[in-house]
Ligand binder design. Structure first.
Ligand SMILES: [Zn+2]
Ligand SMILES: [Zn+2]
Length: 171
């Protein structure tokens, strides 16, 4: 059997459940796939954002012998990476603020230079524009459901570096 590897058209996040280090909830890890990289399939070993090595495939059916795996919990470390603190941009620390339009779900990420006054209108990483005078909720990091595109863009640099580093080590 030959398997044609599909490559990612755009950065994407995959979820993969794995046995927890402790407790009875399966850990739900996040795996980042950058544009042009092969999309992992069952049997592939991948590295989650938190650094855990995972085997892609159906989630385990039992957490412990005789204890069925019924519940999932988001891996706290993967989540922490997703909501990582601002990175330094050219010596100037970028301030990351989280905005949500009232009545909508996704929380968008806007990066602004800490030393410069906030530009108006604000443009999120995914391209959403928050105009002057537009009502907008500012939320705390980790609150609400992050906008996927914003998330991916906020972490793609680093994830790319990590993946590239691992490749070099392997090959
Ligand atoms: Zn994880
Ligand atoms: Zn967004």
């Amino acid at each position: 059997m030959t398997e044609d590897r599909e490559t990612a058209d755009e950065p994407l996040l995959m979820e993969q459940a794995a046995l927890p280090a402790a407790g009875i909830f399966l850990d739900r890890h996040q795996v980042f796939v950058n544009t042009g990289e092969p999309i992992p399939i069952d049997g592939d070993r991948v590295t989650a954002l938190c650094g855990t090595s995972l085997l892609i495939g159906p989630p385990p059916t039992e957490v412990l012998p005789g204890i069925p795996a019924m519940r999932f919990a988001d891996c706290a470390d993967c989540t922490a990476v997703l909501w990582a603190p601002p990175k330094e941009v050219g010596g100037e620390e970028a301030l990351r603020i989280f905005l949500r339009l009232p009545g909508t779900m996704p929380v968008h990420i806007v990066e602004i230079g800490a030393a410069t006054p906030a530009p108006m209108p604000l443009v999120s990483l995914c391209g959403a524009v928050f105009g002057v005078g537009q009502p907008v909720d500012r939320v705390d990091a980790g609150d609400g459901t992050p906008c996927t595109l914003c998330l991916l863009r906020s972490l793609s640099d680093r994830a790319h570096i990590e993946v590239a580093g691992e490749r070099t080590a392997v090959g």
